[in-house]
Design a protein around this ligand. Structure first.
Ligand SMILES: Cc1cc2nc3c(=O)[nH]c(=O)nc-3n(C[C@H](O)[C@H](O)[C@H](O)COP(=O)(O)O)c2cc1C
Length: 325
Protein backbone atom coordinates (compact mmCIF):
# COMPACT_ATOMS: atom_id res chain seq x y z
CA UNK A 1 0.00 0.00 0.00
CA UNK A 2 2.73 2.45 0.98
CA UNK A 3 4.49 1.69 -2.33
CA UNK A 4 1.27 2.52 -4.16
CA UNK A 5 0.91 5.81 -2.27
CA UNK A 6 4.56 6.67 -2.99
CA UNK A 7 4.15 5.98 -6.70
CA UNK A 8 0.93 8.07 -6.88
CA UNK A 9 2.70 10.88 -5.04
CA UNK A 10 5.65 10.70 -7.46
CA UNK A 11 3.26 10.73 -10.45
CA UNK A 12 1.39 13.78 -9.08
CA UNK A 13 4.69 15.54 -8.46
CA UNK A 14 5.85 14.94 -11.99
CA UNK A 15 2.49 16.10 -13.41
CA UNK A 16 2.71 19.27 -11.32
CA UNK A 17 6.28 19.70 -12.62
CA UNK A 18 7.29 20.97 -9.18
CA UNK A 19 10.73 22.46 -9.33
CA UNK A 20 13.12 20.78 -6.89
CA UNK A 21 16.56 19.26 -6.90
CA UNK A 22 16.98 15.61 -7.51
CA UNK A 23 19.25 12.79 -8.55
CA UNK A 24 20.27 12.04 -12.13
CA UNK A 25 22.58 9.30 -13.46
CA UNK A 26 25.12 10.62 -16.00
CA UNK A 27 28.65 9.93 -17.14
CA UNK A 28 31.22 12.43 -15.91
CA UNK A 29 31.84 15.05 -17.24
CA UNK A 30 28.21 15.75 -18.10
CA UNK A 31 27.72 16.81 -21.71
CA UNK A 32 24.05 17.85 -21.71
CA UNK A 33 24.32 21.48 -20.69
CA UNK A 34 26.89 24.15 -21.52
CA UNK A 35 27.48 27.15 -19.30
CA UNK A 36 28.61 30.43 -20.85
CA UNK A 37 29.99 33.51 -19.16
CA UNK A 38 28.82 36.65 -20.97
CA UNK A 39 29.87 40.24 -20.51
CA UNK A 40 33.63 39.79 -20.18
CA UNK A 41 34.86 40.14 -23.75
CA UNK A 42 33.70 37.39 -26.11
CA UNK A 43 31.38 34.76 -24.53
CA UNK A 44 33.49 32.22 -22.65
CA UNK A 45 32.57 28.55 -22.19
CA UNK A 46 32.84 27.90 -18.43
CA UNK A 47 30.95 24.57 -18.35
CA UNK A 48 33.72 23.00 -16.28
CA UNK A 49 34.62 26.18 -14.45
CA UNK A 50 31.63 27.41 -12.41
CA UNK A 51 31.13 26.38 -8.79
CA UNK A 52 29.16 27.47 -5.74
CA UNK A 53 31.25 29.39 -3.17
CA UNK A 54 28.44 29.91 -0.65
CA UNK A 55 24.66 29.55 -0.46
CA UNK A 56 24.09 32.79 1.49
CA UNK A 57 24.73 35.06 -0.24
CA UNK A 58 24.43 32.77 -3.26
CA UNK A 59 27.97 33.06 -4.60
CA UNK A 60 29.43 31.57 -7.76
CA UNK A 61 33.18 31.17 -8.33
CA UNK A 62 34.82 31.27 -11.76
CA UNK A 63 38.57 30.94 -12.33
CA UNK A 64 40.23 33.45 -14.64
CA UNK A 65 43.84 33.92 -15.71
CA UNK A 66 45.98 36.08 -13.40
CA UNK A 67 46.87 38.57 -16.11
CA UNK A 68 43.33 39.06 -17.40
CA UNK A 69 42.32 42.67 -16.87
CA UNK A 70 40.48 43.35 -13.61
CA UNK A 71 36.73 43.07 -13.91
CA UNK A 72 34.88 46.34 -13.22
CA UNK A 73 32.30 45.75 -10.49
CA UNK A 74 29.61 47.60 -12.45
CA UNK A 75 29.91 45.48 -15.59
CA UNK A 76 26.79 43.40 -16.29
CA UNK A 77 28.11 39.82 -16.34
CA UNK A 78 25.87 36.79 -16.64
CA UNK A 79 26.02 33.01 -16.59
CA UNK A 80 23.90 31.38 -19.30
CA UNK A 81 22.85 27.72 -19.45
CA UNK A 82 22.26 26.20 -22.88
CA UNK A 83 21.39 22.72 -23.97
CA UNK A 84 24.51 21.51 -25.78
CA UNK A 85 22.87 19.63 -28.63
CA UNK A 86 20.24 22.20 -29.65
CA UNK A 87 21.91 25.34 -28.20
CA UNK A 88 18.49 26.08 -26.67
CA UNK A 89 18.74 28.66 -23.84
CA UNK A 90 17.63 27.12 -20.54
CA UNK A 91 18.28 29.93 -18.06
CA UNK A 92 20.59 32.71 -16.98
CA UNK A 93 21.86 34.38 -13.80
CA UNK A 94 23.15 37.95 -13.53
CA UNK A 95 26.42 38.20 -11.62
CA UNK A 96 28.14 40.95 -9.62
CA UNK A 97 31.82 40.60 -8.79
CA UNK A 98 32.31 40.77 -5.00
CA UNK A 99 35.78 39.39 -4.43
CA UNK A 100 38.88 38.13 -6.18
CA UNK A 101 41.21 35.55 -4.64
CA UNK A 102 44.68 35.78 -6.20
CA UNK A 103 46.32 32.40 -6.90
CA UNK A 104 49.54 31.54 -8.73
CA UNK A 105 48.83 32.38 -12.40
CA UNK A 106 45.09 32.56 -11.70
CA UNK A 107 42.46 34.62 -9.92
CA UNK A 108 39.35 33.02 -8.46
CA UNK A 109 36.52 35.50 -9.02
CA UNK A 110 33.56 35.32 -6.67
CA UNK A 111 30.28 36.70 -7.97
CA UNK A 112 27.05 37.28 -6.10
CA UNK A 113 24.00 36.12 -8.02
CA UNK A 114 21.42 38.73 -8.99
CA UNK A 115 18.28 38.50 -11.11
CA UNK A 116 17.79 35.28 -13.02
CA UNK A 117 15.70 33.76 -15.76
CA UNK A 118 14.54 30.16 -15.67
CA UNK A 119 13.20 28.83 -18.96
CA UNK A 120 12.61 25.27 -17.72
CA UNK A 121 9.60 26.03 -15.56
CA UNK A 122 6.53 28.27 -15.66
CA UNK A 123 6.33 31.32 -13.40
CA UNK A 124 3.35 29.82 -11.53
CA UNK A 125 5.23 26.57 -10.78
CA UNK A 126 8.19 28.58 -9.60
CA UNK A 127 5.97 30.57 -7.22
CA UNK A 128 4.51 27.32 -5.91
CA UNK A 129 7.94 26.02 -5.14
CA UNK A 130 9.10 29.25 -3.50
CA UNK A 131 6.11 28.90 -1.19
CA UNK A 132 6.88 25.23 -0.49
CA UNK A 133 10.51 26.04 0.26
CA UNK A 134 9.58 29.02 2.47
CA UNK A 135 7.20 26.74 4.41
CA UNK A 136 9.92 24.06 4.85
CA UNK A 137 12.50 26.63 5.92
CA UNK A 138 10.08 28.06 8.46
CA UNK A 139 9.58 24.67 10.16
CA UNK A 140 13.32 23.80 9.90
CA UNK A 141 14.16 27.15 11.47
CA UNK A 142 11.85 26.36 14.37
CA UNK A 143 13.63 23.02 14.90
CA UNK A 144 17.10 24.52 14.47
CA UNK A 145 17.19 28.31 14.95
CA UNK A 146 20.91 28.40 14.06
CA UNK A 147 20.31 27.07 10.55
CA UNK A 148 20.74 29.71 7.84
CA UNK A 149 18.12 30.23 5.14
CA UNK A 150 18.78 31.06 1.53
CA UNK A 151 17.22 34.33 0.31
CA UNK A 152 14.40 33.92 -2.26
CA UNK A 153 16.69 35.53 -4.89
CA UNK A 154 19.45 33.05 -3.99
CA UNK A 155 17.02 30.17 -4.15
CA UNK A 156 15.81 31.17 -7.64
CA UNK A 157 19.42 31.53 -8.83
CA UNK A 158 20.31 28.13 -7.36
CA UNK A 159 17.52 26.47 -9.40
CA UNK A 160 19.01 27.98 -12.54
CA UNK A 161 22.52 26.97 -11.44
CA UNK A 162 21.34 23.36 -11.04
CA UNK A 163 19.85 23.28 -14.56
CA UNK A 164 23.41 22.19 -15.29
CA UNK A 165 23.76 18.79 -13.56
CA UNK A 166 26.30 18.83 -10.72
CA UNK A 167 28.26 15.72 -9.68
CA UNK A 168 27.94 14.33 -6.14
CA UNK A 169 31.04 13.01 -4.37
CA UNK A 170 31.55 11.30 -1.02
CA UNK A 171 34.27 13.17 0.87
CA UNK A 172 36.54 11.32 3.30
CA UNK A 173 38.52 13.27 5.87
CA UNK A 174 40.45 11.99 8.88
CA UNK A 175 42.37 13.91 11.51
CA UNK A 176 43.72 12.31 14.70
CA UNK A 177 41.04 9.99 16.06
CA UNK A 178 38.20 11.74 14.25
CA UNK A 179 37.05 10.98 10.74
CA UNK A 180 34.01 11.43 8.52
CA UNK A 181 32.55 10.57 5.13
CA UNK A 182 29.76 12.79 3.79
CA UNK A 183 28.26 13.81 0.42
CA UNK A 184 29.10 17.10 -1.28
CA UNK A 185 27.87 18.71 -4.47
CA UNK A 186 29.11 22.29 -3.93
CA UNK A 187 32.34 21.15 -5.52
CA UNK A 188 33.99 21.22 -8.88
CA UNK A 189 36.90 21.73 -11.20
CA UNK A 190 37.83 25.21 -12.40
CA UNK A 191 39.66 24.67 -15.73
CA UNK A 192 42.89 25.06 -13.77
CA UNK A 193 44.93 23.02 -11.25
CA UNK A 194 42.49 24.21 -8.55
CA UNK A 195 39.49 22.24 -7.36
CA UNK A 196 36.87 24.05 -5.29
CA UNK A 197 34.80 22.78 -2.33
CA UNK A 198 32.30 24.78 -0.25
CA UNK A 199 31.27 23.45 3.15
CA UNK A 200 28.84 25.02 5.60
CA UNK A 201 30.80 26.90 8.28
CA UNK A 202 28.84 25.13 11.02
CA UNK A 203 29.88 21.66 9.80
CA UNK A 204 32.24 19.95 12.29
CA UNK A 205 34.15 18.54 9.30
CA UNK A 206 35.47 22.04 8.52
CA UNK A 207 37.95 21.67 11.39
CA UNK A 208 39.05 18.23 10.16
CA UNK A 209 39.59 19.59 6.65
CA UNK A 210 41.48 22.66 7.87
CA UNK A 211 43.72 20.61 10.17
CA UNK A 212 44.39 17.51 8.07
CA UNK A 213 44.59 19.53 4.82
CA UNK A 214 43.87 16.42 2.76
CA UNK A 215 40.73 14.63 1.59
CA UNK A 216 39.65 11.87 -0.76
CA UNK A 217 36.70 12.66 -3.06
CA UNK A 218 34.94 9.54 -4.35
CA UNK A 219 32.62 9.88 -7.34
CA UNK A 220 29.43 8.13 -6.25
CA UNK A 221 27.76 5.65 -8.60
CA UNK A 222 24.10 6.41 -9.30
CA UNK A 223 23.18 3.22 -7.45
CA UNK A 224 24.45 4.98 -4.28
CA UNK A 225 21.64 7.55 -4.53
CA UNK A 226 19.84 6.55 -1.31
CA UNK A 227 23.10 5.99 0.53
CA UNK A 228 24.40 9.44 -0.46
CA UNK A 229 21.25 11.12 0.90
CA UNK A 230 21.43 9.04 4.06
CA UNK A 231 25.05 10.11 4.59
CA UNK A 232 23.80 13.74 4.52
CA UNK A 233 23.30 13.22 8.27
CA UNK A 234 27.06 12.94 8.69
CA UNK A 235 27.36 16.67 7.96
CA UNK A 236 26.29 17.28 11.55
CA UNK A 237 28.63 14.73 13.17
CA UNK A 238 32.08 15.38 14.60
CA UNK A 239 33.19 11.84 13.75
CA UNK A 240 31.68 8.57 12.49
CA UNK A 241 32.01 4.88 13.23
CA UNK A 242 33.48 3.42 10.00
CA UNK A 243 32.10 -0.02 10.82
CA UNK A 244 28.55 1.40 10.50
CA UNK A 245 28.93 2.44 6.84
CA UNK A 246 26.41 0.48 4.73
CA UNK A 247 28.99 -0.42 2.02
CA UNK A 248 32.49 -1.87 1.80
CA UNK A 249 35.46 0.49 1.78
CA UNK A 250 39.12 0.27 0.82
CA UNK A 251 42.10 2.58 1.26
CA UNK A 252 42.66 5.39 -1.23
CA UNK A 253 45.89 4.88 -3.22
CA UNK A 254 47.87 7.87 -1.87
CA UNK A 255 46.54 9.07 1.50
CA UNK A 256 45.19 5.64 2.54
CA UNK A 257 41.84 7.18 3.48
CA UNK A 258 38.76 4.91 3.53
CA UNK A 259 36.79 5.26 0.27
CA UNK A 260 33.83 3.26 -1.08
CA UNK A 261 35.01 0.16 -2.98
CA UNK A 262 32.39 1.08 -5.64
CA UNK A 263 33.81 4.60 -6.23
CA UNK A 264 33.91 5.48 -9.94
CA UNK A 265 36.83 7.86 -9.49
CA UNK A 266 38.94 8.90 -6.52
CA UNK A 267 40.43 12.37 -6.39
CA UNK A 268 42.92 12.87 -3.58
CA UNK A 269 43.22 16.57 -2.89
CA UNK A 270 45.35 18.84 -0.71
CA UNK A 271 43.97 22.04 0.78
CA UNK A 272 45.87 25.08 -0.54
CA UNK A 273 43.69 27.90 0.77
CA UNK A 274 40.63 28.34 2.99
CA UNK A 275 38.36 31.40 2.74
CA UNK A 276 35.32 32.49 4.69
CA UNK A 277 32.54 33.25 2.17
CA UNK A 278 29.30 34.05 4.03
CA UNK A 279 27.51 30.83 4.99
CA UNK A 280 30.32 28.55 3.75
CA UNK A 281 34.04 27.91 4.04
CA UNK A 282 35.58 27.78 0.61
CA UNK A 283 38.40 25.27 0.24
CA UNK A 284 40.69 25.80 -2.72
CA UNK A 285 42.39 22.48 -3.19
CA UNK A 286 44.63 20.85 -5.75
CA UNK A 287 44.31 17.29 -7.01
CA UNK A 288 47.44 15.32 -6.21
CA UNK A 289 46.24 11.95 -7.50
CA UNK A 290 43.28 10.94 -9.64
CA UNK A 291 42.50 7.23 -9.80
CA UNK A 292 39.90 5.36 -11.83
CA UNK A 293 39.53 1.96 -10.15
CA UNK A 294 39.88 -0.90 -12.60
CA UNK A 295 36.28 -2.04 -12.06
CA UNK A 296 34.98 1.43 -13.01
CA UNK A 297 36.98 2.05 -16.19
CA UNK A 298 35.28 2.27 -19.62
CA UNK A 299 31.98 3.16 -17.98
CA UNK A 300 31.60 -0.35 -16.55
CA UNK A 301 30.85 1.09 -13.11
CA UNK A 302 27.66 2.63 -14.57
CA UNK A 303 26.58 6.26 -14.47
CA UNK A 304 27.55 8.65 -11.69
CA UNK A 305 25.24 10.38 -9.25
CA UNK A 306 24.50 13.97 -10.25
CA UNK A 307 22.16 16.58 -8.83
CA UNK A 308 19.95 18.57 -11.15
CA UNK A 309 16.94 20.85 -11.16
CA UNK A 310 13.80 18.72 -11.58
CA UNK A 311 12.20 20.55 -14.48
CA UNK A 312 15.31 20.01 -16.52
CA UNK A 313 15.37 16.35 -15.44
CA UNK A 314 11.79 16.03 -16.68
CA UNK A 315 12.67 17.76 -19.93
CA UNK A 316 15.53 15.25 -20.37
CA UNK A 317 13.25 12.28 -19.65
CA UNK A 318 10.72 13.59 -22.21
CA UNK A 319 13.34 14.07 -24.94
CA UNK A 320 14.66 10.58 -24.21
CA UNK A 321 11.15 9.10 -24.50
CA UNK A 322 10.52 11.02 -27.75
CA UNK A 323 13.79 9.78 -29.23
CA UNK A 324 12.77 6.22 -28.43
CA UNK A 325 9.39 6.50 -30.24
C1 LIG B 1 23.82 14.78 -1.63
C2 LIG B 1 24.18 15.86 -0.66
C3 LIG B 1 25.15 16.80 -1.00
C4 LIG B 1 25.51 17.80 -0.09
N1 LIG B 1 26.48 18.70 -0.43
C5 LIG B 1 26.86 19.65 0.47
C6 LIG B 1 27.93 20.55 0.15
O1 LIG B 1 28.55 20.48 -0.91
N2 LIG B 1 28.25 21.49 1.07
C7 LIG B 1 27.58 21.60 2.28
O2 LIG B 1 27.92 22.47 3.07
N3 LIG B 1 26.59 20.73 2.60
C8 LIG B 1 26.23 19.78 1.73
N4 LIG B 1 25.23 18.90 2.06
C9 LIG B 1 24.63 18.99 3.41
C10 LIG B 1 23.22 19.55 3.42
O3 LIG B 1 23.21 20.85 2.92
C11 LIG B 1 22.70 19.53 4.88
O4 LIG B 1 23.46 20.37 5.67
C12 LIG B 1 22.76 18.18 5.50
O5 LIG B 1 22.24 17.22 4.61
C13 LIG B 1 21.93 18.20 6.81
O6 LIG B 1 20.62 18.52 6.45
P1 LIG B 1 19.53 19.23 7.43
O7 LIG B 1 20.20 20.47 8.01
O8 LIG B 1 18.38 19.57 6.52
O9 LIG B 1 19.21 18.19 8.44
C14 LIG B 1 24.86 17.87 1.19
C15 LIG B 1 23.90 16.92 1.52
C16 LIG B 1 23.57 15.92 0.61
C17 LIG B 1 22.52 14.92 1.02
Amino acid sequence: MSEFVASVRERLRSLANLPRYGPLGLYDPQRNVDVWLRGLGPPRNVTYNNVVGALRPFTIGIMLGRDESPIPEVLPVSLCMRERESNRPLGSIELRLTRTIPLPEHQFCLFEAGACQNRCVTASNLLLYYFRQWWRNRSNQRKNPYNFQMTSGGLGASYVFYICPRPVVLVTVVHGNAGNMFPMDLIGPTDSPWYSMALRKTSPAVRLMVESRRMALSSAPFTYKDIAYELGKHHKLASIDWAQLPFPTESSPLFRLPVPSAALKIREVEVREVHDVGSHMLFITSIVRETVPRGASNGTGGPQLFHAFSSYRQYLAMSLAMNQV
